[in-house]
Design a protein around this ligand. Structure first.
Ligand code: APR
Length: 240
């Protein structure tokens, strides 16, 4: 891995516009399960029976139980060193922005400023009807919207079949199309349309992932390893 990280450090230093695209593998070392890994959320659940607007309407208790569990397990969850290293690289002007599929907000918590939350943020609770904001507690208590009283509350995450937040998508697409280096960290690239982004950049592409999922030819450089470990190695190489 050392050689690949040295190559990544070289690419970083010679790039002007660097964008990072992260998935659930960026957060597993902060004890948030990923989706398709061995202990992932979708290990014994079909996502399309849980994370959909149909389930929200037709089997609300299942929807509420799944998202309440995920919200409760976020208590005490913190970014790990890898998140802080990415925030530091932004501060040094070496990373321009982060586009993430993750919904726990760990990049922002670690100090990253330009973060595009492509799949929303699980703590942003809102009414499914009038979009009026509410608190996590209101959602956990299964309250109806206090503003319009017409519908239940839901987390501000993108459910399967829903549109991505246009501002986040447009910003990420703009930055990724014109960047000269795209670092993709901890994602299976199984979910459309985010999985299209690495093919839309004119820049070099680097994958940092715990498992090698093939994707031959899509990446100029592949570093198979844990996100935190690789980012710490990158940090030491840059400081060295
Ligand atoms: N370091 C590096 N890679 C890791 C680590 C780690 N510590 N832990 C897991 N991984 C890898 C896994 O091997 C897997 O290839 O990260 C990838 C995570 O893939 P998924 O679980 O599919 O997560 P993601 O790609 O983010 O899923 C995209 O699917 O269900 C939807 O909305 C959900 O945003 C999510 C989307």
């Amino acid at each position: 891995m050392k050689n690949e990280v040295m190559e990544l450090a070289r690419l970083l230093k010679s790039s002007k516009h660097v964008v990072v695209l992260t998935g659930a593998g960026m957060d597993t070392e902060s004890n948030i399960p990923d989706f398709r890994g061995k202990e992932g959320w979708w290990k014994n659940r079909d996502p399309r029976t849980v994370a959909t607007i149909d389930t929200f309407h037709e089997n609300h208790s299942l929807f509420h139980q799944f998202y309440s569990m995920r919200l409760k397990m976020l208590e005490g969850i913190k970014p790990h060193r890898g998140h802080f290293i990415l925030a530091e690289l932004e501060n040094k002007g070496m990373v321009q922005s982060i586009a993430t599929q993750n919904v726990a907000g760990l990049h922002t918590m670690a100090g990253s400023r330009q973060v595009y939350e492509l799949h929303g943020n699980i703590r942003n609770i809102r009414c499914n009807n009038c979009k009026h904001g509410a608190g996590v507690e209101n959602f956990l208590e299964k309250e109806t919207c206090q503003f319009c009283g017409k519908d239940a509350l839901r987390p501000g995450v993108v459910l399967f079949g829903e549109m991505l937040p246009s501002e986040a998508w447009d910003g990420a697409l703009r930055d990724i199309e014109k960047c000269d280096l795209l670092m993709v960290i901890g994602t299976s690239l199984e979910v459309y349309p985010v999985n299209q982004l690495p093919m839309l950049t004119k820049g070099k592409t680097v994958l940092i992932n715990m498992e090698d999922r093939g994707s031959e030819g899509l990446f100029d450089l592949k570093i198979i390893g844990k996100a935190r470990e690789v980012l710490e190695e990158l940090h030491n190489t840059l400081e060295g």
